[in-house]
Ligand binder design. Structure first.
Ligand SMILES: C[S@@+](CC[C@H](N)C(=O)[O-])C[C@H]1O[C@@H](n2cnc3c(N)ncnc32)[C@H](O)[C@@H]1O
Length: 244
């Protein structure tokens, strides 16, 4: 490492340490070692505090068990899709939480990467016995690691898009574009009408999805017939291609 890079890294660690001291309740145990580098890698210094707050918010939920979205099983619409469709190759699940969907996809033989911003989500995911070629990584989906560029045949979305504040949606879509290889596919299970008025989860209109994903080619959109209790008729699935 050059002196200049070492200096930049030292400076970043200093900023991360100050962010820690701003939020003592989130605790020192938020990250350790490499984790800090993965989440904060490549960010301009001005982004650290807002990113830290975002991580702390999700991490606190995972540490407190405030994870009402986690039903202890894969998403029913995803299972319905997998019953008659193939998702294969290299698959990425952003905001994977404890990884139920990751493992459902890995059972079909794909190599699946589950990405989440909260270390405790991944600690929980790692407690499940491996089922195939799945792995989990700590990272910020809104600033994907350069190594993820065009690496995936599929990106599979479930309650990550709706979990993010609506102002982050354009970045979310750019990350899908970034991670998919040309000709790759995106499967989204979107929560159109959540029960709570103030998110997360934040609802989205079908017309908004049309606009956000206009750079992709829509293959199909439909209402899944299976859903978690209470979500019946509130979700929409969309399958898109990235142009080859
Ligand atoms: C509502 S939960 C859904 C988890 C999982 N997809 C499921 O359905 O069980 C949203 C997840 O996204 C993660 N998350 C939030 N912001 C993220 C970001 N910028 N990058 C990666 N993961 C993020 C949270 O930590 C949380 O685990």
């Amino acid at each position: 490492m050059t002196m200049a890079r070492a200096a930049v890294r030292m400076e970043r660690w200093g900023i991360i340490r100050s962010a820690y001291s701003l939020s003592p309740c989130a605790g020192r145990q938020l990250f350790s070692g490499e984790d800090r580098i993965n989440v904060f890698r490549g960010l301009p210094r001005t982004d650290f505090t807002s990113l830290f707050n975002r991580v702390a918010e999700w991490e606190k939920r995972w540490q407190a068990g405030d994870t009402g979205w986690d039903h202890g099983e894969p998403s029913p619409p995803l299972l319905e899709y997998l019953a008659s469709n193939l998702i294969d190759g290299q698959v990425l699940v952003p905001g994977c939480g404890s990884g139920h969907d990751v493992r459902a996809l890995a059972r079909g033989g794909s190599a699946v990467l589950g990405l989440d911003i909260a270390p405790s989500a991944l600690t929980k995911a790692h407690r499940f016995p491996p089922v195939g070629k799945e792995r989990y990584e700590l990272g910020n989906w809104l600033k994907p690691d350069p190594e993820l560029k065009e690496r995936f045949d599929w990106v599979v979305e479930h309650t990550c898009f709706c979990a993010l504040e609506p102002s982050a949606r354009a970045e979310y879509v750019a990350s899908v574009d970034f991670a998919l290889r040309p000709g790759g596919q995106f499967l989204g299970i979107f929560y159109l009408r959540p029960r709570a008025e103030n998110g997360p989860p934040f609802g989205v209109k079908a017309t908004e999805l049309d606009a956000f994903f206009s750079r992709f080619e829509l293959k199909r959109q439909w209402t899944p017939s299976r859903a978690y209790p209470g979500r019946e008729g509130r979700e929409q699935m969309r399958a898109y291609y990235k142009s080859a």
